[in-house]
Design a binder for this molecule. Sequence first.
Ligand code: GDP
Length: 591
Amino acid sequence: MSAQQAANPPETGASAKAIDIPATIVVRELAELLHSTAIEVIKELMKNGVMASINQSVDYDAAAKVASGLGYEPHLQAEEKITVKRKEIEEDASKLKPRAPVVTVMGHVDHGKTSILDAIRETNVTEKEAGGITQHIGAYQVEIEGKKITFVDTPGHEAFTAMRARGARATDIAVLVVAADDGVMPQTLEAIDHAKAADVPIIVAINKIDLPDANPDRAKQQLSERDVIIEEWGGDVIAVPVSAKTGAGLKDLLEHILLVAEVSELKADPDRPAEGTIIESELDPSRGPMATTIVRTGTLKIGDIIIAGDTWGHVKAMFDEKGQRLKTAGPATPVKIMGLSEVPRAGDNLTAVKDERTAREEMEARERERTAVAQHTTTLEAFSSDISAGRAKELDIVLKADVQGTLEAVQQALEGLSSDRARVKVLHTATGKISESDVMLARASEGIVVGFNVRSEPGAVRISEAESVDIRHYDIIYKLTEDIENALKGIMEPIIEEIVDGHAEVRAIFRVRGNRIAGCMVTDGVVRRNSQARVKRGEEVLGESRVSSLRRFKDDAREVQAGVECGIGVEGFGEFQEGDVIEAFHTETKA
Ligand code: GDP
């Protein structure tokens, strides 16, 4: 069809030619698809108030209007047909260069984590940085003997594990701070188990050696009881006595970090597109979303198109911890980025992509993935079916009990259930209630939490629900071992339970892009896009599939709460009548 023909008034009815258009499309490609010229397409877009150049992409709505304007009957291309290139960018071994280690400081409260981080930062200011005012951006880099070390300056294993639960592996080395006057305390033990579960090497900093009652040997003894065996005791863990107050030993600590880094052979390719981990983010009132990332590999540049979690944008500006502008940021460099359209979450992956189109496609792919992942649970039943399907071999457990004696007995009983087929690994044990940190550790390791004669803290219950982590409470040992044994054999029967999320009443019916959409009022609960849904007329169920589109006014919505009007499309269903009820629900696997 020539441009002239294309400019004809839109045809209607059966004579209009059906055409599939993807959710986003570059203007040039849209023109090809419509057998028209780019100029013609741009003009049509302008008529509809959309300004786009030949290489820019437009969304389906805009493209569909152009298509109708040019006499086509547009349809949204089915999802399967949208090819998303999700290829993992592999590292080219020949291009790898050594990179700085990324270090997280962990340990019990008040043992001096913050003081050590501050002391290291203050005493290692490099020349170029002098003059700038230190800002907290979530990480900083120091230079020692010409080599760099990046510190994550939100100390604690909670932040570390929360990031890991989101799939991030941001840390190469954990510095475990133990106060020499206080010794090993509950959070020291937690930190050890969290670092071990992540397979991150530990360096011990025995702090506060300036205090008269400092007893470093006792700390080392206590650590060895938890399988953290210090070198001088025949183990392989380095322990460095330090004082954040006097500065003693800090240089030694940094040198040992470099040593461990060297042994770990940390490498990255500075010449490829950047990949990083978001470690902190905020909405700046004047600069918009700001996110600190530690570049894992590649080099991030001004102008790069980046995606991070649920959002994307262009790198408009980058700042270091002195507030100085950077043009590029190579591997292990922490930078605060301006230019994302929304605030990403800590632990989100950051990836530089080649163009806007790739970014948009990736965003859509993630949206679809999210709905799938929402159903991902780490339950004993899920593990059981993974075992029977040959997908799992190890059940990771965080174990809490009322007293130490019980803890040891239960741990032994559980570990004794291991067989050739599947084994139990107890990641962490402690007395006391099940905490948020326990749940996050289980989440990060895709394991479960077992409580014996203990309850859960309210926060832990909340997180377990949000993150779909199984917390199992027992007070009879054989009941526990029976359940775990069955799970290890892969014969645990899952019970699928249906949970109704909300209802929407149909008030009007529209036709949008050839599909019937129900104009609704959500009467209770919440309706989510991609949620499972059924359409009811009285007691009769007319159809059951999923919410294929959800809109508030003209915008796509991820969810709509009670009391709010919205447009709902139900996949494969169009026979709505006023008064019908759309019931949104999901299923969960239960014990
Ligand atoms: P965090 O909770 O682990 O981050 O601990 P902080 O860094 O906040 O330190 C807790 C307290 O211990 C503060 O009052 C510090 O001044 C003090 N402190 C930290 N390091 C040392 C040290 O090396 N020597 C002495 N004497 N006090 C220290």
